[in-house]
Design a protein around this ligand. Structure first.
Ligand SMILES: [Zn+2]
Ligand SMILES: [Zn+2]
Length: 113
């Protein structure tokens, strides 16, 4: 399970942001999760609550935004979106895909007090 380390780095980024802006409390976090990140939503939520305890983000609401991955298809030379590993090209059904992104976690927005 890697969700806990992902959440730990997320809370580190949040704490840095909060210090820079003199925020007292974080009430909501929007997290963009790449479709290929192998992150399970329920354990991500659980880990997030755990790492937030005792921080400015304790009790904050986690909003998860699922982001499709970008891939390049060598067969039909087009940029396509995929939502799983070992995917087929949605245009030509080919398997010659080069995945460009989609395994990352990124904070999109913070709601603060
Ligand atoms: Zn995992
Ligand atoms: Zn294709």
């Amino acid at each position: 399970m890697h969700e806990i380390s992902l959440c730990e780095s997320t809370i580190e980024i949040i704490q840095k942001q909060v210090q820079q802006h003199g925020v007292k409390r974080v009430t909501g976090v929007w997290l963009e999760v790449g479709a290929l990140s192998c992150v399970e939503e329920s354990s991500l939520r659980f880990c997030f609550d755990v790492v937030c305890r005792g921080t400015v983000a304790e009790g904050s609401q986690l909003h998860i935004i699922h982001k499709p991955a970008q891939a390049w298809c060598w067969d039909c030379s087009s940029e396509v979106e995929i939502t799983q590993h070992e995917a087929q090209c949605p245009k030509c059904q080919g398997f010659s895909l080069r995945v460009d992104s989609g395994d990352a976690l990124q904070i999109k927005e913070l709601e603060v007090e």
